[in-house]
Ligand binder design. Structure first.
Ligand SMILES: Nc1ncnc2c1ncn2[C@@H]1O[C@H](COP(=O)(O)OP(=O)(O)O)[C@@H](O)[C@H]1O
Ligand SMILES: O=C(O)C1=C[C@@H](OP(=O)(O)O)[C@@H](O)[C@H](O)C1
Ligand SMILES: [Mg+2]
Length: 174
């Protein structure tokens, strides 16, 4: 049975975009932990954080990770999934973990052109370019520790998918 593939990385690295394309290329199901959370709570990330704080969101995020984990599934995680050691361990034990890595100025550019504020309430209260620099400094080692493979996310989504397939030695479905 094919193991799930988890995509990790900071906001804007393309986990959701690439995840959908990768699932089509493999003929796998696609799940996104934030989408699952939004559907199951009928609330956006911003609403959950406003109601329950980041700790409440993080607890729900862990439950969401477990709920969407299944064979032959590509799973796009939220950027902060790696913060909890138990989430990092769970992903490594249950599947293949891919880090989509890109420098903070590229992430900031993408997020400034498509902020999706309900999905991405501020993490630090700082301007987006500074926030992404801070976040990568805090989390880069966690993404590195959690990942089986690191892929350059500064390419078109199609190229990123090709690199992932190559790293995993998997063929496209058609
Ligand atoms: N490889 C890419 N090249 C250029 N833009 C991208 C790429 N991947 C994603 N984007 C854009 O960046 C934004 C964030 O993408 P998304 O997939 O939601 O990232 P994440 O789920 O990692 O936060 C979207 O506007 C998306 O269209
Ligand atoms: O980096 C983070 O802590 C977060 C990233 C978001 O997901 P994306 O990485 O898909 O934007 C979402 O889970 C939430 O706003 C928290
Ligand atoms: Mg996403």
């Amino acid at each position: 049975m094919s193991q799930p593939i988890y995509l990790i990385g900071a906001r804007g690295c393309g986990k959701t975009t690439v995840g959908e394309a990768l699932s089509r290329a493999l003929g796998y199901a696609f799940r996104d932990t934030d989408h699952h959370l939004q559907l199951s709570t009928q609330r956006s990330v911003a609403q959950i954080v406003a109601d329950e704080g980041w700790d409440g969101f993080r607890a729900r995020e862990t439950a969401s990770l477990k709920a969407v984990t299944a064979p032959a599934t590509v799973i796009a995680t939220g950027g902060g999934m790696v913060l909890a050691e138990h989430n990092r361990r769970f992903m490594r034990e249950h599947g293949q973990v891919i880090w989509l890595s890109a420098p903070s100025h590229i992430l900031a550019q993408r997020l400034e052109s498509q902020p999706e504020a309900a999905q991405r309430p501020t993490l630090t209260g700082r301007p987006i370019a500074e926030e992404m620099g801070d976040i990568l400094r805090q989390r880069a080692h966690l993404y590195r520790d959690a990942a089986h493979h690191e892929v350059n996310a500064m390419q078109s989504p199609e190229r990123v998918v090709d690199d992932i397939l190559q790293q995993l030695s998997l063929a496209r479905a058609s």
